[in-house]
Design a protein around this ligand. Structure first.
Ligand SMILES: Cc1ncc(COP(=O)(O)O)c(C=O)c1O
Length: 392
């Protein structure tokens, strides 16, 4: 059989790659895992108890209606309407929401509905690696935007352009975009009849509670906006595979053709878990966010003194986006980032994702996920960076 060259050209997922050095460790200090962005804690008790009941129920294992379980659609449309329009200016309907098998499936099916091989999609750098992977697997050309600047983005638009992607808060940057800047990108997309795909996986992990943007208050927002959501982190159910697309009713009908072929419906059990979580686990969700934001404060504080000459560029959600010191402009002999990662794992017991998973070339970045670390582990992490710097 002949495999597609474009598939062979796409590198494998960086999470597994980062762990390949871990298997070569023998001894050393306990591993500090800053590679994963998945919650390390169990889901809310109210969700676990509900799922046990659903699993025992006669209907628990059946397909869900492909457009989504009504109880989930109602819960999520309410939540979106409230949190994006506390002043009553937003109204999201159940028909504008399509539950998907996670936010990754939401992205892939949405992109495949609007772009074909040879189409172009504008992607700010650093990007979420699965977005870049999917575009390439589908033969779509990612056009990299090296600064979050609307004029620069406009220069990349041509006949082939179909969409512009934003991720806020960002993975890997952790940075939250200002609503005004998001709005400028929306206007750009509207001017050129492009889709604005906005991945809001980490929306609830922001440090502010204001609406993330004001797009849903625009009269014809759903002609342009495809807003993507994930419940993996928010409800600590990554294995339940639930996310959502929020766009127009007509778009939902078209994406459903893809979902029907690849998964038929988002998992019933996951939709049940999400609905009960949105309706009954609000306090629990807030507790997780508060705890992770305390970790953010601590991480930001320890990184402020640039341990080992590692320098924090931005942080938030789950991530710190850090420039390592082994670059041409750094204080030590330059090294490829993969080699820095190898040394971090083998010599210092720190596992993290090389920035090369999120940028088209090696620019000396590393993504550290601090969200699952205790404060004492964050201190220990910084001391190990110090040691790496002092030995170089
Ligand atoms: C920006 C972003 N989008 C999507 C996903 C995938 O989410 P899901 O588990 O809902 O597919 C992730 C997970 O890390 C992510 O960081």
């Amino acid at each position: 059989m002949r495999l597609l060259p474009r598939t062979l050209d796409v590198p494998t997922s960086p999470i597994a790659d980062a762990h390949r050095w871990v298997t070569e460790r023998s001894g050393g200090p306990p591993l500090l895992d800053l590679s994963q962005a998945a919650p390390a804690y169990p889901t809310a008790p109210v969700i676990a108890e509900h799922i046990a009941r659903v699993a025992a129920d006669g209907d628990g294992g059946r397909y869900a209606p492909p457009p989504g379980l009504p109880v989930l659609l109602d819960a999520f449309s309410d939540e979106l309407t409230r949190s994006y329009g506390p002043d009553g200016t937003v109204s999201i309907s159940d028909e504008q929401i399509l539950p998907t098998g996670g936010c990754n499936q939401a992205f892939c099916t949405a992109v495949s509905t609007i772009a074909e091989p040879g189409s172009e999609v504008i992607v700010p750098v650093p990007y979420y690696f699965n977005h870049d992977m999917w575009l390439k697997l589908d033969g779509i050309v990612p056009r990299y935007l090296h600064q979050l600047d609307v004029d620069q983005a406009e220069q990349l638009v041509n006949e082939q352009t179909r969409a512009l992607v934003l991720v806020t808060p960002g993975n890997p940057s952790g940075a939250t975009m200002e609503p005004e800047l998001i709005h400028q990108f929306y206007l750009l997309c509207r001017r050129h009849d492009l889709a604005l795909i906005i991945d809001e996986t980490y929306r609830n992990f922001r440090t502010v509670t204001d609406p993330p943007h004001r797009l849903f208050a625009e009269p014809d927002w759903d002609d342009t906006v495809i807003s993507l959501h994930s419940f993996s982190k928010d409800l600590a159910i990554p294995g339940y595979r639930v996310g959502a697309i929020v766009s127009s009713e007509a778009f939902k009908v078209e994406v459903l053709k893809f979902v029907d072929c690849v998964q038929i419906c988002a998992p019933r059990i996951g939709q049940e878990a999400t609905a009960i979580g949105l309706n009954q686990a609000r306090d629990w969700r807030q507790e997780q966010v508060d705890r992770i934001n305390l970790a953010l404060d601590h991480f930001t504080q320890v990184m402020a003194r640039q341990p080992g000459a590692f320098s924090l560029a931005s942080a938030g959600a789950y991530f710190g986006w850090v420039r390592h010191p082994f670059t041409i402009d750094g204080p030590f002999e330059p090294l490829p980032t993969d080699e820095v990662i190898r040394r971090l794992v083998l010599d210092h017991g720190i596992v993290a994702i090389p920035g090369t998973a999120f940028t088209p070339s090696d620019e000396g970045w590393i993504r550290f996920s601090y969200a699952n670390l205790e404060p004492a582990e964050i201190d220990e992490f910084a001391q190990r960076l110090d040691r790496m710097g002092s030995k170089s």
